[in-house]
Ligand binder design. Sequence first.
Ligand SMILES: [Zn+2]
Length: 464
Amino acid sequence: MSVDIMKDIMNLSKNRGFVFQNSEIYGGLANTWDYGPLGSELKNNIKKAWWKFFIQDREDMVGLDAAILMNPRVWEASGHVSNFNDPLVDCKECKERFRADHLVEKTLNIPTANLTLKELNDLIQEKDDIVCPSCGKRNFTPARTFNLMFKTHQGVIETDKNIIYMRPETAQGIFVNFKNVLNSSRKKVPFGIGQIGKAFRNEITPGNFIFRTREFEQMEIEFFVEPGTELEWHEKWMEASKIFFTKILGIKEENLQFREHDPKELAHYANKTVDIEYKFPFGWGELEGIASRTNFDLSRHSEFSNEQLNYHDSKTGNTYIPYVIEPSFGADRTFLTVLIDAYTVETLPDGKERTVLKFAKNIAPVQIAVFPLKKNEPSIVNQSREIIKMLQKKFTVAYDDTAAIGKLYRRQDEIGTPYCITVDFDTVEKDQKVTVRNRDTMEQERIAIKDLPAYFEKEFEVEW
Ligand SMILES: [Zn+2]
C-alpha cells in the first residue's frame, strides 16, 4: 500500500461524507477535521462496540464520563504542568517550526527520549548534517520547551490565577474519581474504569490526516490491580485488545503488531508498555498503548489532594494503593485504521474496477440498503418502506431510489454497506420474496420477507 492510497481515502472520505476538512469554507483550520454523516455513524459504531466489549460485557468494568475542564491542581499532580513539554526549534530562514528531538533523531538516527534540552541544543549546534527539512539551511533558534496543554481562563478575568487547561488525556478524570467510583459501585480490586472523550494537545507537528490531530478522542481504561499482579493483567489486556481489533472491528491480523517499549523509552514510573501498531500507508503507527503505570497516578493525587486514594482488601486485611494497567486507545486512529483496512479496489470479471469498503458488518455506517426496482410504482415503494420499518428496529437501514440498481450497488459498495435488498414486481405480485445481495461476494439470493429479520440477525452476529 502506498501513500497514494491515503489520497484516495481522503478523497473518498470527502466525497462520501466520512470526513471533511474543518471550517473548509474559511480555508480550514490546520489539522482539524469534521466527521460527516457516514463518518459520525462509523465513529459512533466503533465507540459503541468498544463500550460494549470492554465495559458492558465485563463484570469487572464500569464506565465514567468526566468533564474536559478540571481543577488545575490535577495537572500539577499528574506532572503535565512541569513535564508535558516538547522541545521546539524555529528555522530562522524559512520560519518553519520543528520538534528538536525529531530533527536530531531523523538525521543522526539515535534515540532522543532521554536527552536534555541542553544535549539536544549541543547536537543541533555541533552536527553539520542537521539542516532544516523545509529549506535545507542551517540557522536554528536555540531549542526551548513548549507545554502541549491548551490553556484558557475560567471566569471573566484573564489572569494567571484563573488559568485552566483543556485536558490532555481522559485518564486523570478516572484517577480523581477513583474513590467515588469505588464507594458508589462496590467494585473490588481487580476492577477497571473506562471512559470515552475528547482530549487536546497543542502538538507542534500533527499530521497524516486524522492520525495525529490537536483535538482528538480517546477511549481509555484504568484497570486497578493488586501490586505484584500487574504484569499478569498486562498480558490479559493485550489479549483482550487483540480480540477487539481483529474480531470486533475486523482488522486484518497481519496488519497489526505488538511493539514493546525499550527500557529507555519507558516513563520512569512504568514497568512495562506495549503499543499495538497498525501498518498505515505512511508506516507503522500506534493504535493503542497498554501501559503498566504502577501506582504513580493514585500516589501523586494522594500527595496533592486531601484524599488517600488507597484500597482496603477486606479478605486479606491489607490496605494498599492499587497498581494500574492503562489500555489507551485513540478513537480517531481506530476510525482511520478501520477505513484503511476496509479499503479495497477489485477488478471484476468484466474488467471493470469496483471500490469497496469491507467493514466488519456490525460497524458499517449503513448495514442494509433497500431499493425499489421502480421508484414510481406505489406497490413496490410501499413494500420497500414496510421492509425498512421492520428492519430498522435492529439495524441501520437506508432507502435509495436515485439511480439504476447497478449504480446503487456500486454506491453502497463504496460506503461499505454489507447487504442490499431489491424489491421488484415479483415481490409484490407473486412470491413476497426479495433479492438480497452480498457486498463481498456480490452473490444474490431470493429470501422471503418474513424471514429477513432472522436472516440478518444471523448474518450480523459477531463471534469471537
Ligand atoms: Zn528552513
